[in-house]
Design a protein around this ligand. Structure first.
Ligand SMILES: [Cu+2]
Length: 504
């Protein structure tokens, strides 16, 4: 353990006065991240024999640019004509196609248009949440609510065109629309469209080794903020519980120089930690103050998902009531597709329903484990890192390394209970406290070990897959710095590590 550098280092800047900076505020100066240069979107990836085509693409693109310098910036409905018109002979004919949405796909997902035709798409968002349709030439529908329709004039088609939904994660879920220009010569076919897929998700997450979200940068930043209070208060006595969950979307610092988009319940990730007893009724009002569709899924409730878990529009509210019938530490999360993206951006939390036979402890904490997939500055989670299950930062209670920068204080011989929820969205948490053993481990509804196991057995980790939860109990008998980690150690080294500072 010693050489893992996870042990407590007394944090010098611990209570940094800089805490007045609002957490959501964008950093004042934001050094540019190393992003792929625009030239990275090269048109070369199509076919082996494309060299000549590439040369003519460049020549044609240059010619188009020289003849109409404003062309490459064309955007908005009806403005797509310029970039493409000069390279083919217009037929004078218009092709008109209706496009809808089914699940996370455009229908149809493939359109064939005779080259030289003008293309008009009547796009209707027939899906169950907000979407848009954008094309690489800049024509866009803008964000459409369910049921809304927009006409997109793509102008005279001279080559293939890629369209997609630009909401985070939607393209990666399959929301692409391919326009194939039929009857085009190979060079013309490649020219107007640029022949590339215009990957919005191309700005791959930053290089964790050299980028700004290094463990040092994350820890330094954590030292400047007030850590999220890990103390779990006892459940109050009321049996009818009322809460409002307000969804907002904002920019949040990850380091001094790197921000990310977060989507949150009540402004923080994790959202509120609720606690009650078996039999309590939870009345939740969900308010969507974001810009896209969002929703809620409470694992603590036994309710038909159809109505209460539906996505609601910006400005709408939803009533979600459930009775807590069973004990557990239950995940809640936004369940709007892609769920991995909504959870990775911060839309998760926990509801704790006490088992009826909880023992007495001196201190009680809660740790919600989660993953960060950091992309370019100011962006939501990087979709390709997310899809690859490759987070570049990890957190307990939302902020990497915060309890390493601000150790949690306790006394020797105090009995401690730590509730742990693995919010994921993807990876396992094996919760371990260096220097202790657990005499009690409760996982997913049952005691795995209680008061020491049979034959003198105790435990070393609480193992949780995504969306699992439980608690451990232990009693440190000697003063010192007890690191707690996800013992999947590469994840601890990305931020899932903290310190219990035990004194006599
Ligand atoms: Cu959401």
């Amino acid at each position: 353990m010693a050489d893992l550098n996870l042990s407590a280092s007394p944090s010098p800047g611990g209570k940094n006065p800089n805490t007045s900076a609002p957490k959501g505020a964008a950093s004042k100066e934001t050094p540019k991240l190393r992003m792929s240069p625009a030239g990275d979107h090269s048109p070369v990836n199509r076919t082996a024999g494309a060299i000549i085509g590439v040369v003519s693409v460049v020549a044609l693109a240059l010619a188009v640019f020289l003849s109409n310098p404003s062309a490459p910036t064309a955007s908005g409905t009806g403005a797509g004509t310029a970039a493409t018109a000069s390279s083919v002979t217009p037929t004078g004919h218009t092709t008109r196609v209706s496009v809808g949405v089914e699940g996370m796909a455009f229908t149809p997902g493939h359109i064939e248009v005779p080259v030289g035709d003008r293309l008009i798409i009547d796009f209707t968002n027939s899906g169950d949440q907000r979407h848009d349709l954008v094309f690489e030439n800049g024509v866009t529908s803008g964000s459409l609510a369910t049921g809304e329709t927009k006409e997109l004039d793509l102008g005279v088609v001279s080559g293939d065109l890629e369209g997609w939904c630009s909401l985070p994660g939607h393209r990666e879920m399959g929301m692409t629309l391919h326009v194939q220009a039929t009857g085009a010569s190979s060079s013309a076919g490649a020219s107007a469209s640029g022949g590339h897929a215009g990957h919005a998700g191309h700005d791959h997450g930053q290089d964790a080794a050299a980028g700004p979200a290094t463990p040092t940068a994350l820890t330094d930043y954590a030292a400047t903020i007030t850590p999220r209070d890990p103390v779990l208060p006892p459940a109050t006595s009321e049996t009818e519980r009322h809460y409002t969950f307000t969804v907002t979307e904002q920019t949040t610092n990850v380091t001094d120089t790197l921000t990310r988009q977060t989507w949150t319940f009540n402004g923080d990730a994790p959202g509120p930690i609720l606690r009650g007893h078996i039999g309590d009724t939870f009345h939740i009002t969900l308010v969507n103050n974001g810009t896209m569709s969002h929703s809620l899924d409470f694992h603590a409730g036994l309710v038909s998902p159809d109505q209460v878990m539906r996505s609601i529009e910006p400005g709408q509210t939803l009533e979600y009531t459930f009775v807590a019938k069973n004990a557990g530490i239950w995940l809640y999360h936004c369940s709007t597709s892609p769920m991995s993206m909504h959870i990775a951006n911060g839309m998760f939390g926990a509801v704790i329903i006490d088992p009826t036979d909880l023992g007495a402890v001196d201190r009680e904490y809660v740790m919600v484990a989660s993953e960060l997939y950091l992309g370019a500055d100011g962006q939501s989670a990087d979709a390709s890192l997310l899809s690859a299950l490759a987070p570049n930062a990890m957190a307990f209670n939302g902020v990497p390394f915060q309890y390493k920068a601000h150790p949690i204080q306790m006394k020797t011989n105090e009995r401690v209970r730590v509730w742990v929820m693995d919010a994921g969205p993807n990876l396992a948490t094996t919760f371990h406290v260096v220097g202790t053993q657990f005499d009690t481990v409760w996982r997913e509804g049952a005691y795995v070990i209680r008061g020491g196991g049979s034959g003198g057995g105790w435990g070393q980790v609480l193992t949780l897959g995504a969306a699992e939860g439980g608690f451990v109990e232990f009693t440190p008998t000697e003063a010192g710095h007890y690191s707690f980690v996800n013992h999947a150690l590469s994840l601890a080294e990305k931020g899932q590590v903290g310190v219990f500072e035990v004194s006599d």
